[in-house]
Design a binder for this molecule. Structure first.
Ligand code: S3P
Length: 165
């Protein structure tokens, strides 16, 4: 991999990975999508029918399978919260970029929670609490942090490209 994007749900990993891939002329992969394709089922249905532990194990396996992928990998918001995934990412020499948004941005970004099983049952305050619980791990794993508030996708991508140079 050339770069891994991490960050909380709604932080823009999918949007930014696509734009970054275009600019750098690199293939883009979304780990959630890899899982959806593998299971032939939506994330929502995997959580519902097989449960979160099953999803997390699969997420780790699919992450490991990306070792030979030479592109931009967008992870899920919980990927590196799994200690196995965090260790795997930290042991690799691939740059890890954290898309970091403020608590205030959560309501805007996650207004529509459909399709996100962990977000759909939570209030905004609960989501903020979950983000706080995870923030330490996100920062621990990140080689570079981009603050995304008040920036458009192009600005965020430009900052990442500058860092990768
Ligand atoms: C999750 C985030 C989701 C998806 C799953 C679990 C999480 O990805 O992997 O619903 O634990 O934060 P996005 O961050 O792309 O929504």
């Amino acid at each position: 991999m050339e770069v891994i994007l991490i960050g909380f749900m709604g932080s823009g990993k999918s949007t930014i990975s696509k734009l970054l891939g275009e600019k750098l002329n690199l293939e883009v992969r979304d780990l959630d999508q890899v899982i959806v394709d593998y299971e032939n089922s939506s994330i929502h249905d995997i959580f519902l029918t097989k449960g979160e532990p099953y999803f997390r194990q699969l997420e780790f396996e699919m992450l490991q399978q990306q070792a030979d992928f030479n592109g931009v990998l967008a992870t899920g918001g919980g990927t590196i919260i799994n200690g196995n995934c965090a260790s795997h990412v930290q042991a690799s020499d691939v740059p890890v970029v954290l898309l970091d948004m403020s608590d205030n941005a959560i309501e805007d970004r996650l207004g529509k929670r459909a399709g996100r099983p962990l977000a759909s049952s939570k209030t905004t305050d609960e989501l903020i609490e979950l983000k706080h619980e995870r923030d330490g791990r996100y920062h621990e794993c990140a080689d570079f942090v981009v603050k995304t508030d008040y920036k458009n996708p192009k600005q965020v991508v430009d900052e990442i490209i500058e860092y990768l140079k």
